[in-house]
Design a binder for this molecule. Structure first.
Ligand code: UDP
Length: 500
């Protein structure tokens, strides 16, 4: 820490999809203010953050602090400090055990305050860490919650766990407090553990307590833009009754500038993930195809589908005659790191796709940014994770939704109902999908006229809104840049009020 004072302390959740937006937020705040920023996390995640810097050297304004975390003590495999090192069914344990960071985090703040003689301006913490509000109060500073997802999806998740509305009706449809009456949600949008939640299970108790504490924060930052989510932001502000600053989407610069992407740009985001193909090879393949003709298929950093779903998806793709790039992983029930077996796909599928140049199968991990920003990519069959969603929309790429977990089904609903840029194919890994349905949905979305054409116009408009929102050129400041400045002046004003 040296003699530098620390202005802001950040505590992201232990998943790459959270660590990266926090780091990006830290960088942007530093560039606007010159603030020194600390990021605290478990040792493996701090190592990961460090690895994202040139020669693993973090700049002097950023301070990385390790908080001890004993994963084995929480019944997790040793060194399991990140969702990406864990089987899906263990992620819940990591979320719940994160409360054990409270004491080390408290001690870290005491240490910082002792050295610099005053508390940081604020603490920015993840939505799962409602307990930070109490620590911030004790330390005479404030907690800001940073939702790395969108406003609509995050509010839906909060409202669900705080109200458990599916328990209050016999119908399969329900309303979520905070959303207008017209927004009808459906039990099939709930992951199995959500459907089972009754208020007494460990999930309900943990999330209710963390989320209600988060609602005592000084305010919220969200990884979205004012123009993108009028309904989500309006509802979130009414529900929380505190300031909400939409400062996103925090996207890699290359996506916004549309400049050629270096092959390392997407891989550095997920250190430890080795791409199944080089960016150059992908681009070469895409170059051979027509404008907006290719469907990109990927389910994020850790999902896969069931064996029967994989089979039907493959048959439907082949029948559709649509060119595609598909990130394939072993199906559900198999080790995701295992070798991919051809028996999981229709006989001869891979060879036929190669021969007629219809499909490129990429094992495990693809250079997603290069694919989405290529002019041949027309649509994205996605699990609707927030990063993938924003990356796709920013490039004017339509979506076919296949939400799987977390708040993805709510994101998918917003993309269909509010934005009109997506058609949902199915939900979850238990659903039965037919190759006919796959073919039909692909046909609708890839079409240049009709519904596909309408979706394209809407997604182009959204891509434009994203570029405008994050614009920062001279006096031209987009809404997300202004929101960042408003946030900074709000915490500075609060400091003057407290210390004058
Ligand atoms: N990603 C990638 N290649 C892949 C799969 C994912 O580069 O083959 C990146 C993608 O660009 C995005 C992130 O991984 O930035 C996934 O984040 P998202 O929020 O969409 O989903 P999650 O993995 O958190 O479920």
């Amino acid at each position: 820490m040296g003699s530098q004072q620390i202005d802001i302390v950040m505590l992201p959740f232990m998943a790459h999809g959270h660590l990266i937006p926090f780091l990006s937020l830290a960088t942007q705040i530093h560039h606007r203010t010159g603030f020194n920023i600390a990021i605290a996390n478990t040792p493996l995640n701090i190592q990961y953050l460090r690895s994202t810097f040139h020669q693993h050297q973090n700049p002097p304004w950023i301070h990385l602090f390790e908080l001890p975390f004993n994963s084995a003590g929480h019944g997790l495999p040793p060194n399991s400090e990140n969702t990406e090192n864990l089987p899906l069914d263990q992620i819940g344990k990591l979320v719940i055990s994160s409360v054990s960071l409270k004491t080390p985090f408290h001690n870290l703040l005491l240490d910082i305050i002792k050295k610099q003689g005053k508390p940081p301006l604020c603490i920015i913490s993840d939505v799962f860490f409602g307990w930070v509000v109490e620590v911030a109060n004790i330390m005479n500073t404030v907690n800001i919650t940073f939702a790395t997802g969108g406003a609509y999806g995050t509010l839906a998740l909060f409202s669900f766990w705080l109200n458990l509305p599916h328990r209050k009706t016999d119908s399969e449809e329900f309303n979520l407090p905070g959303f207008p009456e017209r927004c009808k949600f459906h039990v099939s949008q709930l992951h199995e553990f959500m459907r089972k939640a009754d208020g007494n299970d460990s999930w309900s108790r943990f999330l209710k307590s963390q989320f209600s504490s988060s609602l005592q924060s000084f305010g919220w930052l969200t990884n979205t833009a004012e123009e993108l989510e009028p309904l989500g932001l309006d509802s979130l502000r009414k529900y929380t009754q505190f300031p909400v600053w939409p400062i996103g989407p925090l996207l890699p610069k290359q996506l916004l500038n549309k400049s050629p992407l270096s092959s390392s740009s997407s891989t550095t985001q997920h250190a430890g993930k080795s791409p199944g193909i080089s960016a150059e090879k992908c681009v070469e393949w895409l170059d051979m195809h027509d404008l907006a003709s290719v469907l990109y298929i990927s389910f994020g950093s850790q999902n896969t589908v069931s064996r029967s779903q994989m089979m039907e998806l493959a048959i439907g793709l082949e029948k559709s005659w649509t060119p595609f790039i598909w990130v394939i992983r072993p199906p559900l029930g198999f080790d995701l790191k295992a070798e991919f077996r051809s028996e999981w796909l229709p006989e001869g599928f891979e060879a036929r796709m190669k021969e007629n140049n219809q499909g490129l199968l990429v094992k495990n991990w693809a250079p997603q940014l290069e694919i989405l920003s290529h002019k041949s990519t027309g649509a994205f069959l996605s699990h609707c994770g927030w990063n993938s969603t924003m990356e796709s929309l920013s490039q004017g790429v339509k979506i076919i939704g296949w939400p799987m977990a977390a708040e993805q089904a709510f994101n998918s609903k917003m993309l269909v109902d509010e934005m009109g840029v997506s058609v949902e194919l199915t939900r979850g890994v238990q659903s039965s999908i037919s190759s006919e349905k796959v073919k039909e949905v692909i046909g609708i979305v890839m079409e240049k006229e009709g519904k596909g054409g309408d979706m394209k116009r809407k997604v182009e408009e959204i891509a434009h809104q994203i570029r405008e929102a994050v614009k920062d050129e001279g006096n031209e400041k987009g809404s997300s840049i202004k929101a960042k400045d408003d946030f900074i002046s709000a915490i500075k004003t609060r400091k003057q009020e407290v210390f004058s």
